[in-house]
Design a binder for this molecule. Structure first.
Ligand code: ADP
Ligand code: MG
Length: 332
């Protein structure tokens, strides 16, 4: 049974429009998000020549129904929202139905996918968004392989930064989703070399430890606080040595975001000279709006004050309590 639909014009008009495929890391981000939304337990990413030669993402998620495969590459085709009401309480990472369409237009793309309820899947190949061939295939989950990114948009290719910079963006993007989804195992290969291989973890604390190592995590205190369906999990500490890269990560409903107001509140609340932190904010889906920025990196809270209050409460408890690795701050 197919479940992808083209969004009606009335919703399309309300979606933050803009280019989602800025650089190879944006492709990696969109594909990983799709695998997470498909309920994958395991996601592997393969990169060649900083993403220009190849980006391949393999997942073991629910797959796409045969009748939906070609539809998935059309503009505003999504299985994740249907009407206006869904737009104000989004619980999936995707909702605009634009990623596969936009990526396909600027690359050569092969998909192999099979829906969990079907006996046969589909393999299809597109060049610059045009279907070249398709045939039945048998697989588990979804594999998407993008080759020759930006081959037909030489200007965009020219404006990419050095291969070093693009690779760094890919690794950072990959790492962000690893941090936010401890229940998924992730692996990343760049030019055939295994860069990261992270088995599933039971808790966010364990995942942060897997990624950043005990030397860094030991310098951080872990606190959680919750009130009225709002929850904040915070790793906070002072940057110990110059050699470390600045670590300041913000996740809202498991989505990596940039949010200057949260950074400022943490600076104000904790009064540390060089704070480093990872903050995971969970709010009811209807209390947050991700439909502000095309790449969904920005966020608007409907109750911004509450989050800032919770951060201040955490800071207050910090001064009262002794240094322990993990603690829960109770707040009635
Ligand atoms: P969106 O994620 O906003 O819905 P996309 O263009 O990223 O839009 O994907 C279009 C649709 O294709 C999704 O809604 C989903 O139904 C399907 N899809 C894409 N990638 C996958 C995947 N890895 N596994 C299962 N379904 C997928
Ligand atoms: Mg998507």
């Amino acid at each position: 049974m197919g479940k992808i639909q083209i969004l009606p014009e009335s919703i399309v008009g309300k979606i933050a429009a803009g280019e989602v495929v800025e650089r190879p890391a944006s492709v990696v981000k969109e594909l990983i998000e799709n695998s997470i939304d498909a309920g994958a337990n395991s996601i592997s990413v393969y990169i060649k020549n900083f993403g220009i030669a190849e980006i391949k993402v393999i997942d073991d998620g629910e797959g796409i129904a045969s009748e939906d495969v070609l539809l998935a590459f059309q503009r505003h085709a999504t299985s994740k929202i249907k009407d206006d009401r869904d737009l104000i309480r989004i619980s999936s990472l995707g909702f605009r139905g634009e990623a596969l369409y936009s990526i396909a237009r600027v690359s050569k793309i092969k998909i192999i996918t099979q829906h969990i309820t079907e006996n046969t899947g589909t393999e299809a190949y597109f060049v610059a968004g045009t279907l070249k061939w398709q045939k039945p295939a048998v697989t588990k989950g979804t594999t998407i392989q993008i080759t020759d990114l930006f081959f037909n948009t030489p200007v965009r290719r020219k404006f990419l930064k050095s291969s070093y910079t693009e690779k760094a963006h890919i690794i950072e993007t990959f790492q962000n989703y690893c941090v936010a989804y401890p229940e998924i195992s992730f692996s990343l290969f760049i030019d055939e070399e295994e860069i990261l291989n992270i088995p599933r973890a039971d808790t966010i604390y364990e995942r942060v430890l897997q990624i950043f190592g005990s030397e860094i995590v030991e310098t951080l205190k872990f606190k959680t606080i919750s009130k009225d369906y709002y929850k904040i999990e915070l790793f906070i500490g002072e940057k110990p040595k110059e050699k470390y890269k600045k670590l300041q990560l913000i996740f809202v409903n498991r989505r990596p975001v940039r949010e200057q107001s949260i950074v400022s509140t943490i600076y104000k609340a904790f009064k540390l000279n060089y704070p480093q932190f990872l903050i995971f904010i969970t709010v009811p889906p209807q209390d947050v709006d991700f439909n502000v920025h095309p790449a969904k990196k920005e966020v608007r809270f409907r109750n911004c004050q509450k989050i800032h209050q919770l951060i201040f409460k955490m800071a207050e408890f910090q001064y009262k309590s002794s240094m322990v690795a993990e603690e829960t701050v109770q707040w009635q």
